[in-house]
Design a protein around this ligand. Sequence first.
Ligand code: NAP
Length: 481
Amino acid sequence: MRSEWVRDRIYIDGEWASAHGAERQVEDPATESTAGRFRQASAEDAATAIEAASRAAEAWAATTPQQRSALLTALHTALVERSDLLVETLVAELGTPVSLARSSHLGQALEVLHSYAEMVKSYPFVENLRNSRVVSESAGVVGAITPWNYPLYQLVAKVVPALAAGCTVVAKPADLTPLSAFVFTDALHSVGFPPGVFNLVPGPGAEVGEVLSTHPDVSVISFTGSTEVGKRVGASAAASIKRVCLELGGKSASIVLHDANIAEAVTATVENVMVNSGQTCTAWTRLLVPREELDSALRVAQSAALAVTVGDPKDENTDMGPVASATQRESVLGYIRDAVADGATLVTGGVERPDGLTVGHFVRPTILTGMAPTARIVQEEVFGPVLVILPYDNEDEAIALANGTPYGLAGAVWGADTEHAFAVANRLRTGRVDINGAPWNAIAPFGGYGLSGNGRELGRWGLEEFLETKSIQMPTAEHNS
Ligand code: NAP
């Protein structure tokens, strides 16, 4: 076991401090062996961290954007220096394939960090409006609660804009995958952020997360996770009127229009769903195809799913590793079992283990069709490598189906006429739409409609979640005369 994966301390007030919670093992989901262990923070530790963040808040808010940018740039360098360790850590704690850990988990985290180190230098923190100076200033202490599916990226997407805004932070990573957060904190410690500006308190959500959501000295809660826990966090935060930014679940649709290249659209959708073993909040888990194209879409989808290499996440050629835990595997298999029992047709995959993988929380890439739009597997987030395919008769019906869940996080539109695809995208009640597989943009806003949440991350929108706005009226010459 690597020494970096055995941690009995938490990070408070610029130091590695004693933790007073229980010891917890971190499982490698590909081998079911112990990857690492850590000692959890207790509720009291979380309160101590909030006190440290509160003490540091005024001085950190008074730093210049240039000073904050310089420290964030140094953090970027420190993370790049730890690239190999971070990639190995993500593979060990999550079972995500090494190629994806490098390109997406780490690569996108670094891109987001770089974008804020640059943006903060020119962001208009003071604007003049008639006789007013409108000041955007730190919102105070931020509680950042992150999920297990993209543990490093999610941490960066909250902590970095909060620090850039001049906020101090107490972060609680998910108990299932805390190891990359420790390595992130090592990097942050090495570059000399002032004590108390960043604090790390891994621990049970129901205790440590609850302290962050209820504590009167926390001004903003930035939460990414399930809709169910998000509702609870919002309710807990209400008593102290915190600002609450929720990034929650999704059930996104990929709409293949009549003039689309069917093979390209279907293949890309299948690949999108299998990324990170389907444990991606933005995954296009519902594929909507013109009814007359259903048979050919099913054939393409089946061969695309069979082409996904499932296996050892440490192998550079692996496309898909295990899901993150035995609980997650059981939950995903339960959805597949119930859907088939309710009459869905299994196009490929199913509840058996992938061939040759007798150990590890592996699930076959699975495709289902023939269910009603109201079926549970069409409406609920499975969070595993499972795609459902539904036919539609006309474009209005496709849009109604796409909008026909309580979620609204992401989506895709495929069509030869990109302006028409844009018009369709405009009718979707969702926070992000990709046309014809267009690439991710680190400075475009990201967040959900409906049960997918109410916050925005990335770009200036992500920074503004952590800013308060004040207007200061200046005397005018007329007023003085
Ligand atoms: P989760 O069970 O909701 O947990 C998320 C975080 O909340 C964890 O750190 C968890 O702690 C903590 N938590 C649990 N109970 C809490 C409470 N009572 N008060 C405060 N915090 C509490 O979600 P997950 O299973 O880790 O992640 C998967 C979910 O995240 C999916 O629904 C996915 O769609 C969503 N997600 C959304 C986005 C987005 O940007 N919209 C991105 C990624 C993931 P412990 O687990 O350590 O106890």
